[in-house]
Write a protein that binds this ligand. Structure first.
Ligand code: SIN
Ligand code: MN
Length: 240
């Protein structure tokens, strides 16, 4: 029995994954998860539909909605020029507050981590109240969708990225800043989990290797979308 509980992958205590990267399992309560899932329905009917962005001519398997800015590889624009030319919805204020709360809780985890070489403000270059993300990329994953190992490097501001997960659990691979290969860690990001990567981890390679079908809790079920997973990443573009 002991070995059953020895697997780190099933340990859902908040944890520093790498210097600058923190996982907060169960950050969103049931009501918050259900509420954000309802916001997704509003965003879906917004001016720019969830769409598969093309990278070097190949459509991604996730469907993306941008809030605040529209993303295309290597650029952020207020208008979705590769979709329908419409201006994207603005970045919601509640998400700024939520982002600060994630950074604040993650800072507590860093402070308690005996192995951490530095504390959160030095690590991330800001105090939680000063976190001002201006874009959210909202990605929908169906059962087959994945995301290859990549760096988030289209932003000019070094602020951390904050990620929120809803719906089915995924296997999130969090690696190193040098290349797509080992060392990396596979983490089960479940509905309600938050994840922060900034400072020395800001340019770590990361990706989603699989979606675990029908694993969402009641409050996080995406039955109206045919199941699957929603991930929100907040970033700070550094653009006006
Ligand atoms: C991303 O890397 O932008 C998304 C990560 C995720 O879906 O958890
Ligand atoms: Mn990314």
């Amino acid at each position: 029995m002991e070995s059953l509980f020895a697997d780190e992958a099933f340990d859902r205590r908040p944890r520093v994954i790498a210097p600058g990267a923190v996982w907060l399992p169960g950050f969103l309560d049931d009501a918050a998860q259900a509420w954000i899932i309802r916001q997704y329905t509003i965003w879906q009917s917004g001016p720019v539909p969830a769409h598969a962005t093309s990278i070097a001519g190949h459509p991604m398997s996730v469907k993306t909605i941008g809030l605040g800015w529209h993303w295309q590889p290597g650029r952020y624009d207020r208008h979705a020029r590769d979709v329908n030319g419409e201006r994207v919805l603005s970045f919601p204020d509640w998400m700024t507050r939520l982002g600060s709360q994630v950074i604040s809780q993650a800072a507590e985890v860093v402070a308690e981590d005996v192995g951490s070489p530095s504390q959160a403000p030095e690590l991330w270059g800001l105090v939680p109240e000063d976190y001002r993300p201006d874009v959210a990329l909202v990605n929908y994953y169906d059962a087959q969708a994945k995301m290859g190992m990549h760096q988030d490097k289209d932003e000019f501001d070094p602020a951390p990225v904050v990620s929120l997960s809803l719906g089915d659990t995924c296997i999130f691979r969090f690696g190193n800043t040098r290349n797509r290969n080992k060392p990396f860690e596979d983490i089960r990001l479940a509905s309600g989990d938050a994840f922060v990567f900034g400072g020395p981890a800001r340019f770590a390679y990361h990706g989603v290797t699989s979606i675990r079908v029908a694993t969402a809790p009641e409050c996080g079920r995406l039955d109206h979308l045919g199941g699957g997973r929603i991930n929100i990443t907040m970033r700070t573009t550094g653009k006006d």
